[in-house]
Design a protein around this ligand. Structure first.
Ligand SMILES: [Zn+2]
Length: 314
């Protein structure tokens, strides 16, 4: 089986193999931890036509084995039995209804119809209620996978009908070892910048631009926590002008705050710990999480950043 090992969260990965033990799964954990990767692997395993599949797994480049027709379709993004809601923007009731309809059809090739709702916290209450019908009376062959930051991001009625698969931060030594296995240069530095998130680490290792962006984010964060109020407001305005970079920026900041609280970080986390007292860092991390959540709903980004910048740091 030509697959690269999933990094960390072995118990979660072991639960999501080729056999579905329920009709709905909820994968929870912070951004960059591997929820989407694991969901895609689960879908691959469910849809693959080989008994010991999947032939190959999304996100790997191994070409050792000719994939089965089902895996070829899935890799091309054209599998008729794999239905993914968009990764960006708000999710609508109409999209949920269409997903429910598709999951109710008989599978074209294998044993399952598989649905994926990434970042399911984007579902409003009406959309979750529409989803509830599917969760309460799932078609025999349907498997639905939701991802979310935590169970608290969804209605209790939604959560209670899903098998919960929590993913947590990956310890630095395990992450470093996995990155070295993949031939990543500077595995220690990459792991420390990624803040215990393997998905983020792989992105940083693969993409020098992303790495440069994180370095820039680190220095911006240290500016925020050190500078005067007028300077912070000016910085909020400047960063709000580049809204597409904001999610990655906040994720990087959350990683630095977390690392500083665990005493497990690189230079940026150490400098943060020197500059900002512990209680303020805990408070700052909570505010960063809240700001990161709000970003998903197209807020006034300058206002969001101003409120954040006035309340984190010294
Ligand atoms: Zn296959």
């Amino acid at each position: 089986m030509g697959t690269q090992a999933f990094i960390g969260n072995a118990a979660a990965a072991a639960r999501l193999t080729g056999r579905a033990r329920g009709h709905a799964y909820l994968l929870t954990g912070p951004d960059g931890i591997g929820k989407r990767t694991l969901a895609d692997r689960f879908a691959a395993a469910l849809l693959c036509e080989r008994a010991d599949g999947p032939c190959r797994v999304a996100g790997t480049s191994e070409e050792a084995m000719e994939p089965c027709p089902s895996c070829k379709l899935r890799e091309a993004g054209n599998h008729p039995d794999y239905h993914r809601l968009p990764a960006e923007g708000n999710l609508t009731i109409a999209q949920v209804r269409e997903l429910s309809r598709a999951l109710g059809l008989s599978p074209h090739s294998g044993r399952h119809q598989v649905g994926l709702v990434p970042d399911a916290e984007r579902l409003g209450v009406p959309a979750q209620n529409a989803l509830l019908k599917l969760l309460e009376e799932p078609p025999r062959h349907a498997v639905l996978v939701l991802t979310a930051p935590s169970p608290a991001s969804l209605l209790p009625t939604t959560v209670s009908r899903c098998q919960r698969v929590p993913l947590g931060p990956v310890p630095a030594d395990e992450l470093v070892a996995a990155l070295k296995d993949r031939g990543v240069q500077d595995a220690n530095a990459v792991a420390s910048r990624a803040g215990e998130r393997p998905g983020t680490a792989i992105r940083l290792a693969d993409d020098p631009d992303a790495d440069a962006a994180v370095r820039e984010s680190e220095s911006a964060l240290l500016d925020v926590v050190r500078r005067s109020v007028p300077e912070r407001l000016a910085l909020a305005k400047r960063l709000a002008d580049d809204p597409e970079a904001l999610p990655g920026r906040l994720d990087a900041w959350i990683g630095i705050y977390r690392a500083s609280l665990r005493n497990s970080g690189g230079p940026a986390a150490e400098r943060l710990a020197e500059t900002v007292p512990l209680a303020k860092r805990i408070d700052g991390l909570i505010r960063l999480f809240a700001a990161r959540r709000k970003l998903r709903y197209n807020p006034n980004t300058q206002l969001l950043l101003e409120q954040l910048f006035l309340n984190i740091g010294t």
